[in-house]
Design a protein around this ligand. Structure first.
Ligand code: ADP
Length: 577
């Protein structure tokens, strides 16, 4: 299984910068609001310092009142500005997230089907759910919180430097230690927390499985084995938790000390400066108050850094999808007619193991071709090449002279449809479900398409085309869901249909009316049927017999029977004589 690619650091950086650039005004507004809020917050300690100095110099009560009043105003301004800033920041985050989601969705839908199949849909699903959620937390919480905190740290340090540059230096005494511990922690944290999560999940699965299968376990005397494996899971989970605890037990004390240490150093140094008359008591108090405030934002940064890191990892996975070349062709070529030509096609799922060898075949518009042969002969593989899901290694598959792989997806879908078992009913109205195939179709065409496939029930719906289908709405039984899928085919109106009976809705036990619905859809189209039942072959214009990845016989049913080859013997044995 090949995995979907993951974007590199540079691409992630570019994507982030792109997001900020794309919403530059909003970003500027957020920055301005946070800076103003932080400035308003700085007023408090400074005013307290002024009050101390004024009182020291015997100022009267009214001066103190004015300063205290100013402090109150500053606090109120800070609250209001912070609120506005957060609101703007969150909006920015949500918009960025929405943009990323849409981009991911567009890219995912543009992916070549073969790529998705190779990688398994699980990877894509995880990216669409888990990674988008992780990125959401980053964009919504981590990024704004870190942003606010960084602004605060910068401003607070700036304020201390303004009061006295020497005190400013003091505030940095613990920074190297904090920096080193934070790096040490962040390097290990992600893996350790992931391991803790995985161990916890495994433990609960293990316990749930044991509890559910309790009777079986008793009967088969598997108790000691289950208890043993439960103990091992508990051991693993315990070890994983001890590990994260060990990480925290280093980070938090160091962080605490790193907050207290600069305050202590600043007070000692400040006292010396004061004794030399370089610093007033009020200024020292203001500086100390600022430094005590540094702890909050620094803690926030440490706390959210890890989330931001995992958000970056998720962004790398989401952006990685963009690395996959889509099926969009370099030059647009207009097919001339709908004749399908397969010439000299070789195909291998795995290098060196060709499952198709030099297959050549032409299908006239309107022809019905049945492909028969033993299981594993390569019939479905040929069907996938014809539908443009895979591209041949050597040789070509063309429609109207243009290689199917070079047709843009929507153009290809208009010409060739692979009919599969999936007759999914999408959540939405009946109209929404039909519009997927032909967005421009009006009510009348939709009604006709439904009538053509014998979906008479649709005409009797109380809300008509506006009836809600799927969870919460009307549920369609299997045969109605099939009819809906067939009506979509009628609307999409492809010239060529490829039916893989093994996986198609053509179930031999299907109700007669479904068969009739299908017949209505096949009417007037080129049909290539990968036949597992020989009566399909009997009704076809021509039959191609495939064996070991080659077309060994090709001709009308009667001719092939007369030729007494493989087909003739298949037919005889199937026909019971
Ligand atoms: P048929 O439809 O005639 O039964 P297929 O086209 O499904 O034959 O298979 C042709 C050969 O290709 C078989 O040997 C099969 O094992 C192999 N094959 C089919 N699908 C895959 C796949 N996804 N990956 C690898 N090998 C495959």
């Amino acid at each position: 299984m090949t995995h979907l690619p993951i974007a590199g650091r540079r691409e992630v950086r570019l994507a982030t910068v792109g997001l900020i650039r794309g919403d530059r005004r909003a970003m500027a507004a957020v920055l301005a609001l946070y800076c103003s809020a932080t400035l308003a917050g700085l007023a408090g300690p400074w005013l307290v310092g002024r009050i101390i100095d004024q009182v020291q110099h015997g100022a009267d009560v009214s001066t103190v009142d004015v300063l205290a009043g100013a402090a109150v105003v500053a606090v109120i301004a800070q609250i209001l500005l912070t609120r506005a800033a957060r609101y703007a920041g969150y909006r920015f985050g949500e918009r960025a997230l929405a943009l990323l989601r849409e981009r991911f969705m567009d890219r995912a839908l543009d992916l070549p089907i073969a790529t998705v199949e190779r990688a398994g849909t699980g990877d894509l699903m995880t990216r669409a759910s888990v990674d988008v959620a992780a990125l959401g937390t980053s964009a919504r919480d981590a990024a704004p919180e870190i942003f606010i905190s960084v602004v605060q740290v910068v401003f607070i340090l700036g304020a201390v430097v303004v009061i006295d540059p020497v005190l400013g230096l003091c505030s940095l005494v613990a920074t190297p230690a904090l920096w080193m511990v934070a790096r040490w922690y962040l390097r290990r944290a992600r893996e350790a927390y992931l391991a803790e999560g995985a161990a916890t999940t495994r433990l609960s699965e293990e316990l749930a499985a044991t509890a559910e299968g309790a009777r079986t376990i008793e009967v088969l005397r598997m108790r000691p084995a289950r208890v043993g494996s439960g103990d091992r899971s508990i051991g693993t989970a315990f070890a994983a938790r001890v590990r994260t605890l060990a990480l925290r037990s280093v980070l938090f004390p160091v962080a605490e000390a790193a907050h207290a240490f600069p305050v202590a150093v600043a007070l000692v140094v400040g006292a010396v400066l004061m004794s030399h008359g370089r610093l007033s008591l009020g200024s020292l108090v203001a500086a100390a108050l600022y430094l005590t405030r540094l702890g909050g934002p620094v803690d926030w940064i440490l706390q959210w850094m890890e989330t931001l890191q995992s958000g970056a990892a998720s962004l790398a996975r989401l952006e990685g999808i963009g690395r996959i070349p889509t099926t969009v062709p370099q030059q647009r070529a207009e097919p001339d007619g709908d004749r399908i030509d397969v010439s000299g096609v070789t195909y291998a799922y795995h290098e060196g193991h060709d499952v198709l060898h030099d297959v050549s075949l032409s299908v006239r518009p309107g022809e019905r071709l049945a492909i028969v042969g033993p299981s594993g002969a390569g019939k479905s593989t040929l069907g996938r090449l014809l539908a443009g899901i895979d591209t041949p290694g050597r040789g070509s598959v063309t429609v109207g002279g243009v290689p199917v792989g070079q047709l843009p997806p929507d153009e290809l879908r208009r010409r060739i449809a692979l009919v599969t078992q999936e007759h999914h009913v999408f959540l939405g109205t009946l109209r929404d479900n039909l519009a997927l195939a032909a967005a421009e179709a009006g009510d009348e065409r939709m009604g006709q398409a439904l009538a053509a496939v014998g979906a008479d029930w649709a005409a009797d719906l109380p809300d008509g085309l506006d009836t809600m289908l799927g969870a919460g709405g009307m549920t369609l039984d299997a045969s109605r869901a099939q009819q809906l899928a067939l009506a979509r085919l009628v609307l999409a109106d492809p010239h060529t249909l490829i039916l893989d009976e093994a996986t198609s809705m053509l179930d031999p036990t299907a109700a007669r009316d479904t068969e009739r619905s299908l017949a209505a859809v096949l009417e007037g189209r080129t049909v290539i049927a990968i036949a597992h039942r020989l009566h399909t072959a009997h009704d076809a214009d021509r039959v191609a017999v495939m064996e070991h990845g080659r077309v060994t016989e090709l001709g009308a049913h009667d001719e092939l029977v007369a030729a007494s080859g493989t087909y003739a013997s298949l037919w005889r044995s199937w026909h019971g004589g």
